[in-house]
Design a protein around this ligand. Structure first.
Ligand code: UDP
Ligand code: MN
Length: 260
């Protein structure tokens, strides 16, 4: 999309970035993030100006099940949302623990939108809207279709929109948690689809597509070398049964550093 003039002067501290992770990935994935983009943005992580590096204060045990089930993952998404509301920040962004976040570019992108308006931005994982069935009651079903931003590429939601996602309004937004999980059950889809459902189908707000978000479910070789530094998120992992990562020369070989 064409560059937009800044709508608002925001700083990294205005952005709440939730990284979803699980115990089995703390060593393999989270450490990589702490060694790279998270430590480059200490101001964001630090929360206040107390003595230096304080990661543990920002790690939240969700008490959600450690299974890779729809319930466990939507439980985590609900906690991410609740913590964002508590934080008072202007933007909520969700990423996976196999995402690299270019915070400077993220802030630049978000600054072109007013956080008080309804903004949902990310990359759709499909080239068409997803078809789903709303379970209205025991034997009443209703077909719906909507776009959603793939969680594995990261996505962001403005505070203005996030407050509307709570059915009880901004006054008691922490009531979101349980409601999100029952909504996920109602349409029987994963957490990122449920977010899309609430925003597009329930609230009637359209996803803004951005090509600056990347998951490992797309061919990362196709991100041009000269454009890598402009991307908001990157990833690494498997795609169509092959190892997938960006083309990046560096001090370490692909074997030593498969994530690049
Ligand atoms: N994840 C989780 N619990 C699990 C498995 C995965 O919270 O039991 C998280 C994981 O840390 C990551 C996201 O879910 O942030 C996606 O997991 P993964 O990359 O393994 O799967 P993908 O969907 O990309 O194939
Ligand atoms: Mn992944």
């Amino acid at each position: 999309s064409p560059p937009r003039p800044p709508a608002e002067d925001i700083s990294p501290r205005d952005v709440f970035i939730a990284v979803k992770t699980t115990k089995k990935f703390h060593k393999a994935r989270l450490e990589l993030l702490l060694d790279t983009w998270i430590s480059r943005n200490r101001d964001m992580v630090r929360d206040g100006d107390r003595d230096g590096w304080a990661v543990p204060r920002n790690v939240i045990n969700t008490n959600c099940s450690a299974a890779h089930s729809r319930q466990a993952l939507s439980c985590k998404m609900a906690v991410e949302y609740d913590k964002f509301i508590e934080s008072g920040r202007k933007w909520f962004c969700h990423v996976d623990d196999d995402n690299y976040v270019n915070v400077r570019m993220l802030v630049k992108l978000l600054s072109s939108y007013p956080h008080t308006q309804d903004i949902y931005i990310g990359k759709p994982s499909l080239d068409r809207p997803i078809q789903a069935t709303e379970r209205i009651s025991e034997n009443k079903m209703h077909p719906v279709h909507f776009w959603f931003a793939t969680g594995g590429a990261g996505f962001c939601i403005s505070r203005g929109l996030a407050l509307k996602m709570s059915p009880w309004g901004a006054r008691v937004p922490w009531a979101f948690g349980g409601h999100f999980m029952s909504t996920a059950e109602k349409i029987r889809l994963p957490d990122d689809c449920t977010i899309g459902y609430i925003i597009e189908s329930v609230l009637g707000v359209k996803l803004i597509r951005s090509n600056l978000f990347h998951s490992h479910l797309e061919n990362l070789h196709q991100v041009p070398k000269s454009e890598i530094h402009k991307q908001v998120t990157l990833s690494y992992g498997m795609f169509e049964n092959k190892r997938n990562s960006i083309h990046m020369k560096g001090a370490f070989s692909v074997e030593e550093d498969p994530s690049r």
